[in-house]
Design a protein around this ligand. Structure first.
Ligand code: 6PG
Length: 252
């Protein structure tokens, strides 16, 4: 299948970046619900999307009224191996910033059961939840309408970290991976799931990410070193939402 070139959109700062991403989120949500009656989205963790989630929930903004929350189903691209009330939990961050502020049926929030002491079992259950939601037959891949991703300074995205075996996963939808530098497991969607989405959007802010942005987008293809290079939707859009600081070395 064809691979499309990434769309690169640069905002002046995190505020404008979040607003651009909120517009994209709302447009994808409206389009999906108009077309299929349902919007299936995978959220990113980390700190960059916090202000995006705040904007989406803000009653003073237009986004909260444009998104059909009852028909929107939320997943995560990855989760830390911690309970949902842990400060490190990606679910907790999204719940504080978004789900606690909008009216959304609890069955529409499909969190990773990362409280399970067995990370592999948590990953397997999450994969089954995705399979059930999309009513997949064996061998089929889910097609999320929108997947939001961040980028680490080391070129990781979701929990696809340099040099880890999940980078080469071709069969499973979700896998658990021990991440040495965190001395902890992470649970992540695998590259094929991310690459079967209709639209994948990176949201990257700050000059600390500028080198990684340049290497991932313009550098030699070395996905074991820069795993975000693996994200190339097979039949979907890839958008990089960058603020000026993160984009600073793109043209260098
Ligand atoms: C996570 C994310 C991870 C994140 C990047 C960027 O669980 O932390 O999925 O991939 O998006 O590490 O994190 P920041 O937005 O905090 O810089």
């Amino acid at each position: 299948m064809r691979k499309v070139d990434p769309e690169i959109r640069v905002a002046k700062d995190i505020r404008e970046l979040s607003r651009m991403a909120a517009r994209e989120f709302a447009e994808r949500a409206v389009e999906a619900v108009d077309r299929r009656g349902t919007f299936a989205v995978a959220l990113s963790g980390g700190s960059t999307p916090e202000s995006l989630y705040d904007l989406l929930a803000d009653p003073e903004e237009t986004f909260v009224d444009r998104v059909s929350w009852n028909n929107s189903h939320f997943f995560w691209g990855d989760e830390r191996h911690v309970p949902p009330d842990h400060p490190q939990s990606n679910y907790r961050m999204a719940n504080n910033r978004l789900f606690s502020r909008v009216s959304i049926p609890k069955e529409n929030v499909h969190r990773v059961q990362a409280e399970d002491p067995d990370a592999d079992r948590a990953a397997e259950k999450y994969g089954l939840a995705i399979r059930d939601f999309f009513r997949l037959r064996n061998g089929d891949w889910p097609r999320f309408d929108f997947i939001l991703l961040g980028l680490g300074v080391d070129g990781h995205t979701a929990s696809l970290f340099p040099g880890t075996s999940i980078l080469h996963e071709k069969k499973r939808m979700v896998a658990a991976e021990w991440i040495e530098k965190f001395e902890s497991y992470r649970i992540s969607m695998t590259p094929p799931v991310l690459n079967h989405a209709a639209c994948v959007a990176f949201l990257v802010s700050g000059d600390g990410k500028a080198d990684a942005v340049r290497e991932v987008i313009r550098g030699e293809f070395r996905p074991d070193r820069f795993p975000a290079q693996l994200i190339r939707p097979v039949n979907g859009r890839l958008i990089w939402y960058l603020d000026r600081a993160a984009a600073a070395r793109l043209c260098a």
